[in-house]
Design a protein around this ligand. Structure first.
Ligand code: AVI
Length: 321
């Protein structure tokens, strides 16, 4: 990465971090989870038994791939399959493989801010599904969507998987999805993976796994601050602390201070009280009524709700109205 870009990124990271640490209650942005170590830890989380979300969505795709294709292309019409933040494509490959073997007419368009991630995905897909037509697009989701909707008359079908929508509050999710609606055409579709409200014990275990991988993922934010912003957090003096509110469906992850202490971040000293928290992430769980409400508020109609056999997770297929 060119040096000037790196300096600007670090400056944004520093400004966001100081702003969060000076607000009451303290916060840190979850967007900084994903450095190299954070990506590795998230890959490990997705393989944990306690993190049921990945298996649940995978099993929905395995068992419903034919219905999903029929929903996207009822009469064999061609379409653009646009994916936001495709990652390693582990779950999407189930659909891609099936669509290709059914000779569906579609172009797969993964969008990601990271060219590196897109190159890796394109390479691995070229090996596993060589017949696939793939057009990776690097950039901001909304800019790419806007370009696509104006340059092509094909139906756009957007995939937003893995409960990524849960990392927004309801209001933020509404803003995000309304912006998507503005950029697409009536009749375009969205398949959105949503984690459902369920036994709080099950949810909490997913964010407080017994191997401590999620704790390491959360606390990695402090490592990043130490390494990139000249911080001096002592990780022994802080603790990963997730909590779930079954009324709002919000599972929040926080980092808690275990003593009164002062920490250097950049050139500033930040004071912590014993038991004070920094909220790092929200992972919101939905009821099907809330999904319906969200879709309607954002200009969509819910066409299908596809659940896994345990009723843990839903892939909801929406149509832009
Ligand atoms: C990426 N996102 C949907 C994950 C989630 O479940 O909120 C991130 C995560 N945080 C802790 N474990 C997984």
């Amino acid at each position: 990465m060119p040096e000037t870009i790196e300096i600007i990124q670090n400056k944004t990271f520093l400004n966001d971090t100081l702003k969060g640490l000076k607000s009451k209650p303290k916060t840190l942005s979850s967007k900084y989870f994903y450095n190299k170590r954070g990506d590795e830890l998230f890959q490990q989380i997705m393989k944990l038994d306690e993190y049921y979300l990945t298996d649940a969505e995978y099993s929905i795709f395995e068992s419903q791939k034919d219905n999903i294709l029929k929903a996207f292309s009822p009469n064999g019409e061609d379409f653009n399959l646009v994916e936001f933040g495709a990652g390693d494509g582990y779950k999407t490959k189930v659909l891609l493989q099936h669509f290709v073997s059914e000779e569906a007419l579609f172009d797969y368009i993964p969008i990601d801010i990271s060219q590196h991630a897109l190159d890796g995905l394109a390479q691995s897909l070229a090996q596993t599904i060589p017949e696939l037509s793939i057009t990776p697009m690097q950039g901001d989701y909304f800019q790419v969507l806007d370009r696509l909707s104006h340059s092509s008359t094909r139906r756009n079908v957007i995939l937003f998987l893995g409960s990524n929508i849960g990392n927004f509050s309801f209001d933020q999710a509404q803003n995000f999805l309304s912006k998507i609606r503005e950029d697409i055409n009536t009749g375009d579709q969205l398949l959105i993976g949503v984690d459902l409200k369920k036994d709080p014990t099950k949810i909490l275990a997913a964010y407080n796994d017994s191997k401590g991988v999620t704790a390491a993922f959360n606390m990695n934010l402090l490592n990043r601050i130490n390494e990139e912003l000249g911080g001096n957090f002592n990780l022994e003096d802080f603790q990963h602390y997730p909590f779930y509110n079954p009324v709002t469906g919000e599972c929040k992850s926080a980092i808690m201070s275990l003593k009164d202490q002062e920490v250097l971040v950049g050139e500033e000293i930040i004071a912590f009280k014993k038991w004070e928290t920094m909220q790092t992430e929200i992972s919101k769980k939905y009821s099907t009524d809330e999904i319906q409400e969200l879709a309607e508020k954002c200009g969509f109609e819910v066409r299908y709700n596809l659940e896994d056999q345990n009723g843990y997770f839903v892939d909801s297929i929406w149509s832009a109205v």
